[in-house]
Design a protein around this ligand. Structure first.
Ligand code: ATP
Ligand code: MG
Length: 355
């Protein structure tokens, strides 16, 4: 069988490779800085763990390969402006927005979008980086270096944040995981929980939205849709044309996880309607060192990315899956040594497990 190349060798690339292993697929993740000359065959397949990459001999080789799956979708979604235009074209609800141009003024944005306006860099933002709030209560101008390279969004007073991970195959078949409830603190994902009974009533609506997007793009593989829930409405915050942090719980809680389904899709293999095992939760490890004593916590599954620990950097995650919510809550009490703001994240998980 042909080899599958993953553009990007971060944790997502590593987990894609790991998931493809039992299937006997030959996978190689390529670092975006790689200067290597890759031994690409004509019938090999290329996928990516990220939306953007610098131009290097290796990335150019991959990005010009005829079997790079979804190649056109990456630039379209990597730019928030063209991503928002796609949502508008498909009439999918999203926060009202405007491009930020040389002429854009804060006054005009507040007039059009309201008192809280969020500027987002068109490219390269992640984990809340590349965001700038404008509040009419404390007037401030649009920073001059954001003009021409940002969009402005209405600040949404959402009830909570949910995401949907779906997969689409080469013949257009789609499968979805249950909606995931996510906690972001300062723009970065700290914890997820799925499935939740009370989100079931939103599932069909969410699936319809993501299916519409994947069909329009003739997309193959896993895509994630981050949403704001406002009452019984879903508003799309952003899309990721790849496996997603809010789907990491599927490694513990689903018969086939998001990583395996993505690899199946790009390889043209049958996809799985994953069986959901039990209640799952995920805790991101952000800027904290690994503690192997965690392995003594019943039911805990550790993923450590072997990255240098830096403030605000995702360096690993913890998954749990159990049919006994009391056991999950007990496991959380054993993580109480984690520094702030984990107190908030653990309290949030405990609250949702107790409902
Ligand atoms: P990611 O790491 O998921 O790619 P990101 O930093 O690229 O994230 P967003 O997902 O757009 O950017 O925003 C991060 C967080 O900021 C959201 O999860 C949400 O909590 C908050 N946020 C984003 N847009 C809005 C908005 N229009 N109104 C209110 N809060 C928002
Ligand atoms: Mg996001």
């Amino acid at each position: 069988m042909s080899k599958i190349w993953v553009l990007g060798a971060g944790q997502l690339g590593a987990m894609l490779k790991q998931a493809a292993n039992p299937l006997g697929l030959d996978v190689e993740a390529v670092d975006i800085e790689s200067q290597a000359q890759l031994n690409l065959a004509a019938d090999d397949i290329v996928t990516a763990e990220r939306e953007e990459w610098p131009s290097t001999p290796a990335t150019n080789q991959l990005a010009t390969h005829a079997n790079f799956v979804n190649l056109q979708t990456f630039p379209q979604l990597a730019d928030r402006l063209t991503q928002k235009q796609l949502l508008d074209k498909l009439e999918l609800a999203t926060a009202p927005w405007f491009p930020v141009t040389e002429e854009t003024s804060a006054e005009q944005l507040h007039q059009d979008l309201g008192e809280r306006v969020l500027l987002k860099q068109r490219r390269g933002g992640y984990d809340g980086k590349g965001q700038h709030w404008l509040k009419s209560s404390q007037p401030s101008p649009v920073p001059s270096d954001w003009k021409g390279c940002a969009i402005a969004e209405q600040g949404i007073k959402f009830d909570e944040e949910v995401s949907l991970v779906g997969v689409r195959g080469k013949s257009g078949e789609t499968f979805f995981y249950p909606l995931t409830l996510n906690l972001h603190i300062d723009g970065i994902l700290y914890a997820s929980i799925a499935p939740l009974k009370r989100l079931v009533e939103l599932q069909a609506k969410a699936e319809g939205m993501l299916a519409k997007l994947m069909n329009d793009l003739d997309y193959v593989g896993v895509m994630a849709m981050e949403c704001f829930r406002v009452g019984d409405q879903l508003m799309i915050n952003e899309l990721a044309p790849r496996v997603h942090n809010s789907g990491h719980w599927t490694q513990a809680g689903a018969s086939t996880d998001q990583f395996e389904n993505h690899m199946r899709a790009v390889a043209g293999l049958p996809l799985a309607q994953a069986q959901i095992k039990n209640q799952s939760m995920m805790v991101n490890l952000i800027g904290v060192p690994v503690n192997y004593n965690w392995l003594a916590i019943s039911g805990l599954e550790l993923y450590w990315y072997k990255k240098e620990v830096r403030v605000g950097r995702k360096v690993g995650h913890l998954n749990f899956c159990s049919g006994d919510n009391t056991a999950l809550i007990k496991a959380l009490t054993e993580l109480e040594d984690l520094p702030a703001p984990y107190d908030q994240a653990l309290a949030w998980l405990t609250e949702h497990l107790s409902k």
